[in-house]
Write a protein that binds this ligand. Structure first.
Ligand code: XMP
Length: 515
């Protein structure tokens, strides 16, 4: 979803681990940007009002075989360019300078000292974060060195008239304290951006676009209780009111009070059309006796699609399916060469798609947003704070947190224990300091003692992690007082539990979920 005249800065991704971070920083500075593969074509960008380019870092060496290079149209565009690290080396290479390969990495904090005033830099010496091997050894014609470091005469270079700049360090990471100012200067002083990429503007623009796209059509949106689908539904409802029908399939594997919360928010407070199907019995009977995690996922995925499809068919005419695809999903599928989404229910539910005869137009209003932007939109649309800030919750729900057989009784045990853990995390202000936290019900019983008698009861494991990307994670160092309070409450308030343990494993080698 794009507006033809939308001001944008384009970030070319040369493979740096920080590329997405550059995009987030630019958005935080209220300039819309897109992160694109380095061999983008001018046509791909024709729908945007491009104000400048940022070239990311990358692991390659400009002289290496197969090294990624700059598309010609970028240097010919006359637009401002900022090359970061490998991006700077590319500029030097393409504009007639010289890059020296180096076996030695410069990695870590360094100090840069400005040589003279420039539009890009703050004036005083400053700490920056370096991470590079090769370096620029000779400047292209017309370029000046604006700052040096102990290791390099060319820490910041630029051609003022052509508005082309290169910096050897990473302004996007927090280890470069003035990095945001440098990006701000590039965007506003050099690219002359007008800014205004704010939550309020996004909502207004999206509403106009959704109305245009949908016309008189009918839209369905699957709700999961999670942040993304909730924000999509709230935005759609704001835009098209009763032309939207939300479908919520309660699989019985949700956390405590979640189905009620979905109905309260969407049906009662928002007055949206909501079909809430309680399919608990159906899911639980299909899962009876199943202990293999992959089998559980498969059963849940297939049931979900079948029920969702039946509800959608009941509605009669449906023209569009709205879903909460986010920008990182888009980047990922573009990188994997899978651009052009088919009508599939978000992989969230880990299954294929709807039958072939159910082809809807897709509405993906969050397609260009990062998660933190989605949360800001959710808050602005008046969704409940705890829904907006909810940790990720897997599609198969509590099925991946009950090891062994899933029964209603065991689900209730887990729900109660998990609710206590969540309550204590919120009360202690630790919910926001963890990326994901939950309780797990183990498939073993252990001996305990309560009053005068021995017990033989369930074990709950508590898991809390911190992570940026969920690919790797560290276990959260929760205060012992908080763990003690949570453990006490669980064994006292949840009848079938006599023992609580805390998971102190990182990912890898463990995973976040226990399954
Ligand atoms: P793991 O356990 O692989 O989890 O470290 C990484 C992240 O993925 C979530 N997760 C899932 N999400 N369907 C989902 O939608 C699933 O089947 C699933 N399994 C794991 C997990 O909660 C964590 O955030």
């Amino acid at each position: 979803m794009t507006t033809p005249s939308r001001e944008a800065v384009i970030i070319l991704d040369f493979g740096s681990q920080y590329s997405q971070l550059i995009a987030r920083r630019v958005r935080e500075l209220e300039v819309y940007c897109e992160l694109v593969h380095y061999d983008v074509s001018a046509d791909d960008l024709a729908h945007l009002n491009v104000r400048g380019f940022i070239l990311s870092g990358g692991p390659a060496s400009v002289y290496a075989d197969g090294a990624p290079h700059l598309p010609e149209f970028i240097l010919n565009s006359g637009q401002p360019i900022l090359g970061i690290c490998y991006g700077m080396q590319l500029l030097a290479y393409h504009l007639g300078g010289k890059v020296d390969p180096s076996d030695k990495q410069e990695y870590g904090s360094a100090e840069i000292i400005p040589n003279e005033q420039s539009n890009l830099l703050v004036d005083s010496p400053q700490q920056v974060w370096m991470s590079h091997g090769d370096h620029v050894a000779q400047l292209p014609n017309g370029f000046e060195p604006f700052a040096h470091s102990t290791n390099s005469p060319y820490a910041v270079i630029g051609h003022v008239d052509r508005k082309i700049y290169g910096i050897q360090f990473h302004p996007e990471v927090t280890h470069t304290p003035n990095g945001k100012t440098i990006l701000h200067n590039f965007l506003y002083r050099i690219c002359d951006c007008s800014g205004g990429w704010t939550t309020g503007n996004f909502i207004e623009e999206s509403i106009t676009q959704i109305r245009e796209q949908v016309g008189e059509g009918q839209v369905i949106c699957g709700l999961s209780g999670g942040v993304d689908s909730s924000v999509v539904a709230a935005l759609l409802h704001r835009a098209i009111g009763n032309q939207l029908t939300c479908i919520f399939v309660n699989n019985g594997l949700m956390r405590k009070n979640e189905p009620e919360q979905v109905a309260q928010t969407f049906r009662t407070e928002m007055a949206a059309n909501l079909i809430a199907t309680d399919a608990t019995e159906e899911f639980l009977s299909a899962l009876a006796g199943v202990t293999d995690p992959e089998r559980k996922r498969k059963i849940i995925g297939e049931k979900f699609i079948r029920i969702f499809e039946a509800e959608a068919r009941n509605l009669g005419q449906v023209d569009f399916l709205a879903q909460g695809t986010l920008y990182p999903d888009v980047i990922e599928s573009a990188v994997a060469g899978k651009q052009g989404a088919a009508t599939t229910i978000k992989t969230h539910h880990n299954v294929g798609g709807l039958p072939d005869d159910m082809q809807f137009g897709l509405i993906e209003p969050l397609r260009y947003l990062f998660k933190d932007e989605v949360r800001a939109v959710g808050e602005a649309l008046g969704l409940p704070h705890r829904m907006v800030w909810r940790h990720p919750f897997p599609g198969p729900g509590l099925a991946v947190r009950i090891l062994g057989e899933i029964t209603w009784e065991r689900l209730e045990t887990l729900r109660d224990a998990d609710a206590i853990f969540m309550e204590e995390l919120w009360n202690s202000d630790w919910y926001h300091q963890t990326s994901q936290a939950f309780a797990v019900l183990l498939p073993v019983k252990t001996v305990g003692v309560m009053g005068d008698g021995r017990t033989y009861a369930d074990v709950i494991a508590l898991r809390a992690v911190t992570t940026d990307d969920f690919m790797t994670a560290d276990w959260a160092k929760l205060p012992t007082d908080l763990l003690a309070l949570t453990s006490n409450r669980i064994v006292n308030e949840v009848a079938k539990v006599n023992r609580v343990v805390y998971d102190v494993s990182s990912k890898p080698p463990a995973t976040i979920e226990w399954e």
